[in-house]
Design a protein. Structure first.
Length: 166
């Protein structure tokens, strides 16, 4: 039987989502079903739009609406919180049903950092993962508790960043 892993890509550098997508495409080559849920990601819909052509084997979900404004009012924060909570509950449902072989939670670590989710909630969700399912978590900051659950951790750090690299 296949043994799944928990992999984490985190850090201030760009490319965490891109690396995760590469892992997901590789999983497709192994005849695995992939689900990606995007958290805290308002601007990269063009980056992943081509992947919708890979459905139903590679499905991508994002529940947050696009916002042009950068002013974080209390009302906007409540809206984002509600959208993140909906995405989080959807991820738990996928874990319960076993709909995929790889579950990618893009940006979920930022949800903890920003106070939308707690580390305890995410740890509880990780405990629901079947032994054969791969999970990938991304975000800027990694907590100690989540790091302890991970099989693989990769920190993405920019050595040199300019406008071309954005």
């Amino acid at each position: 039987m296949r043994k799944g892993q928990i992999a984490i890509y985190y850090g201030a550098g760009k490319g965490k989502t891109s690396v995760s997508l590469g892992r997901g495409i590789r999983a497709l080559g192994d005849d695995l079903r992939v689900v990606m849920i995007q958290f805290m990601d308002y601007h990269n819909h063009k980056e992943i739009a081509f992947l919708e052509k890979l459905e139903p084997d590679f499905r991508i979900f994002h529940f947050e609406k696009y916002r042009e404004q950068t002013n974080m009012t209390e009302e906007v924060r409540k809206e984002i919180s509600s959208e993140i909570r909906y995405a989080f509950n959807f991820a738990k449902k996928i874990l319960d049903t076993g709909e995929c072989d790889m579950l990618m939670l893009d940006g979920i670590l930022e949800c903890i950092e920003e106070g939308y989710l707690t580390e305890a909630e995410v740890l509880e969700m990780l405990d629901k993962r079947s032994d054969s399912m791969d999970m990938i978590l991304t975000g800027n900051h990694l907590t100690d508790g989540i790091a302890q659950k991970a099989d693989c951790i990769y920190q993405i750090v920019p050595e040199k960043a300019g406008n071309v690299c954005s």
